[in-house]
Design a protein around this ligand. Structure first.
Ligand code: SAM
Length: 279
């Protein structure tokens, strides 16, 4: 009998764990779905997992971040990198004006199908699927992350964002995605993204056990939640994030440390970076 490769067993175990986690989150959200009007049809984590918590509240909270920290305006032409099942597309459909436009892409086909089914029906909203290989989200993908060209032309976008996407990507992929962001942004355009930045404070939080996300050192400059599934959660050293931005020709204009570092009263959110393509 052929021995089942260990890597396959590990992947099966990881998938079973992540399915169980998604199911638990869906069950946890069930009372809200059943009791609050309009919530019954919200996307299920077992179809596509985008994170713990309340789909609508988190989407609204993230929109506030784009507006208050990123300076997003209703007339912006927006690119949503790794749009998932439309957690941001839905509040953006109410926020963007008819002069604005939205394009979201993701590597999971069923996420894009979900977005289209739930689409606000506005002509200026588009969703694209990209069959990109990511060991956690799309292990059978045919395009390498560091070779993918974003589905828009040079200087077409005034505001790009990636919420909880670079947390699943290795260094060369992030460097490439930021270079692509710079390509599609207009001069003066902005990109806001979230991630885990291991700077001096985060290093201390990890060493003391205070950090809520328990990253362990992995490859040079990177830290993971599990070495068996690195793309399940990756943090990068501060110096790497700065190099990714500088190499892409983007200027960091704001950095907000997130609650994952374990500072009291800050929740468990990721760090936020805001960068600009120089005019
Ligand atoms: C935690 S979810 C966040 C989804 C969405 N940004 C949100 O905030 O609701 C991470 C998403 O990144 C997508 N993703 C992973 N690797 C990607 C890549 N290389 N390019 C684009 N999307 C990617 C996944 O399919 C997944 O939908």
């Amino acid at each position: 009998m052929t021995a089942v490769p260990r890597s396959l067993l590990r992947r099966f175990k990881w998938n079973a764990v992540s399915f169980a986690k998604s199911l638990r989150e869906d069950l946890h959200g069930l009372p809200a779905r059943l009791t609050q009007p309009g919530r019954l049809g919200e996307p299920l984590n077992i179809v596509h997992h985008v994170g713990t918590g309340d789909f609508r509240d988190l989407g609204q909270g993230l929109l506030r971040v784009l507006v208050e920290i990123g300076g997003l305006q209703p007339h912006d032409h927006v690119l949503d990198i790794g749009c998932g099942n439309g957690r941001l597309a839905e509040p953006l459909a109410r926020y963007l004006s008819s002069e604005g436009a939205y394009l979201g892409f993701d590597i999971v086909r069923r996420a894009i199908v979900t977005c289209r089914l739930r689409a606000p029906g506005r002509a200026n909203f588009r969703f694209a699927h990209a069959d990109i290989l990511n060991a956690h989200y799309n292990p059978g993908g045919r395009i390498a992350e560091h070779e993918y060209r974003f589905p828009c032309g040079d200087c077409e976008v005034s505001f790009a964002f990636a919420t909880s996407v670079f947390t699943h990507m290795q260094a060369p992929s992030i460097a490439h995605y930021l270079a692509e962001s710079a390509r599609v942004l207009r001069p003066g355009g902005r990109v806001l993204f979230t991630g885990f930045n291991v700077d001096a404070e985060a290093r201390e939080a990890l060493a003391s056990g205070r950090a809520q996300a328990k990253f362990v050192p992995w490859m040079e400059g990177a830290h993971v939640l599990s070495a068996q599934s690195p793309e399940g959660g990756i943090a990068h050293d501060d110096i790497c994030w700065r190099r990714f931005l500088a190499d892409a020709g983007l200027q960091l204009i704001e950095f907000r440390p997130g609650g994952w570092r374990g500072q009291p009263g800050m929740g468990d959110g990721q760090d936020i970076f805001l960068a600009e393509k120089p005019a």
